[in-house]
Design a protein. Structure first.
Ligand code: NOJ
Length: 540
């Protein structure tokens, strides 16, 4: 049992581990992971790895057009993943181990099979018509405006029967709810209460900024510099537009004040984090509200930063400048929508990236499999699953969603040896798996375990202040974390050449990605190519 901290909310010091349930552990032999699989692996998460919380991507009833992000019932479990009783067992077992559980909440859109939408589209006179965003054609018969779906094509689909268009910011199977209708807000907040009543510790909110759009439905302007937008995420033709009217309308804040009021009806520091892709830092930070909205918006700024010390430094500084005093920062380097970080940043930087993630100030989210440095899997076209990838070349997310390899042998401990999983294993799974890496002391997994232990042992890392260091070579990012008398220094060499760095606060080596390093002597150090080095010292 880990020591309880009572002075800070749990989510401030917690390391969160994201589980994509289809790919974590199959217990039924159908090649798809399930909730009982997660329950079976809690020992790995808590004792072997040492994380504090899990976020589970959607497991609710769904036609799976977008693999669960098209919810047809917010208050149940899809039979593919198990039952509500399985969820309750998972939650109880996690709590017995002092592991927090965060679930996904998808407020912007439902499935087109959700009974609300079935009613809404049945006739213009249906009482639920206004629960979704319906619009007439322009007088010339054209679409209501130029808004685009993130997954390609117009964000509007014409409904022949009722002669109007409905809005879908994602697939046409994912119609957007009309959050301007108070009945929608009330019904959706009840779904939040449903999971809070069962005891969940928090919510990850899917595309949180999307729920309020321009009520006048103005056209989006063309992007001034589409290439610049790709430095945040390459999204194909979607990046040709500035998305100023189709999401993030200021009224969104009233939604999250309402949402927060619901969370605050409950005891126990229930937590919320919003998936928010907004590149203006002040607008991004506005989702913290005055401590009365989200606990935090996700910080995705480092994902597509490129592996570059200066860009990381600039974005970390920008983040630190806007997080309000009542707020708390966070860092995400990978998730189920992004290319695997070991591929994106380069495999030689995977350990360094893990060091950054677990030593920067704020809550880290570790994506399942990144503790093994899983690579982006090359999924053959005939096995492609992701609807986005099928519609927009180059955007497939299949490669980062492949099953967790637990063992070297067939089935890799994920599913029965004779069963083909829903996505193929990485072609290195025979070597890159939990069992093999646990047996090799210098493996990525053992390195991440050591980092997690270090973070737990050092309050300066889990809760300390952060000071970015100047006076370092251009390719070296450095920072000091401090808490009371404890200081931790982190030096990261982003280049593939050795770099000589000054050590402002000398102290013994705590960990290094360079397995040959035993210690550091003196006030300068020659960092090995791609080395991350962590030193400890006491404050003066
Ligand atoms: C963001 C989710 O992370 C992604 O997986 C999903 O496809 C879209 N939102 C739509 O819900």
């Amino acid at each position: 049992m880990r020591p309880h901290q009572t002075d800070l909310e749990w989510w401030k010091t917690a390391v969160v581990y994201q589980i994509y349930p289809r790919s974590f552990q199959d217990t039924t032999g159908n090649g798809i992971g399930d909730l009982n699989g997660i329950t079976e692996r809690l020992g790995y998460l808590v004792d072997t790895l040492g994380v504090d919380a899990i976020w589970i991507s959607p497991f609710y009833p769904s036609p799976m057009a977008d693999f669960g992000y098209d919810v047809s019932d917010y208050t149940d479990v899809d039979p593919l993943f198990g039952t509500l009783e399985d969820f309750d067992r998972l939650l109880a077992a996690a709590h017995d181990l002092d592991l927090k559980v965060i679930v996904d909440w998808v407020p912007n859109h439902t499935s087109d099979r959700h009974p609300w939408f079935v009613e809404s589209r049945s006739s213009r006179a249906n009482p639920r018509r206004d629960w979704y965003v319906w619009h007439d054609s322009k007088p010339d018969g054209e679409l209501p405006n130029n808004w685009q779906s993130e997954f390609g094509g117009p964000a509007w689909t014409f409904d022949e029967r009722t002669g109007q268009w409905y809005l879908h910011s994602f697939l046409s199977e994912q119609p957007d709810l009309n959050w301007r209708n108070p009945e929608v807000a009330a019904a959706m907040f009840d779904t939040v209460r449903f999971w809070l009543d069962r005891g969940v510790d928090g919510f990850r909110i899917d595309v949180a900024h999307y729920v309020m759009k321009d009520p006048a439905f103005a056209d989006n302007p063309a992007a001034v510099d589409p290439a610049a937008m790709a430095t945040f995420k390459p999204m194909g033709p979607f990046n040709a537009w500035e998305h100023v009217h189709d999401r993030g309308h200021p009224d969104v804040h009233s939604v999250y004040r309402g949402f927060r009021a619901v969370l605050d009806e409950y005891d126990g520091d229930r937590f919320s984090v919003g998936e928010i892709h907004i590149f203006d830092w002040d607008e991004w930070a506005s989702y913290y509200g005055h401590g009365d909205e989200l606990h935090m918006p996700y910080n995705f700024s480092l994902i597509w930063a490129g592996w570059d010390a200066d860009t990381f430094r600039t974005r970390i500084r920008a983040l630190e400048a806007v997080v309000p005093a009542h707020g708390w920062p966070n860092h995400v380097l990978g998730n189920h929508d992004e290319q695997r970080l070991a591929t994106r940043y380069g495999p030689e930087n995977a350990r360094t990236a893990a060091t950054l993630l677990l030593t920067l100030r704020g809550q880290p989210t570790l994506y399942y499999g990144d503790e093994l440095a899983m690579r982006e899997t090359d999924v053959p076209a005939e096995q492609e699953q992701d609807p986005w990838g099928k519609r927009v070349p180059g955007t497939s997310r299949d490669g980062c969603r492949t099953p967790m390899p637990w063992t070297p042998g067939p089935g890799h401990g994920f599913t029965d040896p004779s069963v083909a999983p829903w996505l193929p294993f990485g072609d290195d799974a025979a070597e890159r798996n939990v069992e093999t890496q646990l047996g090799a002391s210098e493996s990525m997994l053992n390195f991440v375990r050591r980092l997690l232990r270090l973070r737990r042992a050092r309050a300066s890392l889990s809760r300390g202040t952060m000071n970015l260091l100047d006076d370092l070579p251009a390719d070296v990012l450095g920072y000091e974390r401090e808490h009371h008398t404890e200081r931790t220094t982190v030096l990261i060499n982003f280049s593939s050449k050795p770099q000589v760095a000054r050590i402002a606060s000398p102290g013994p080596m705590l960990i290094s990605t360079d397995a040959t390093r035993t210690d550091v002597d003196g006030t300068t150090v020659t960092l090995a190519p791609n080395e991350a080095l962590v030193l400890g010292s006491a404050r003066g």
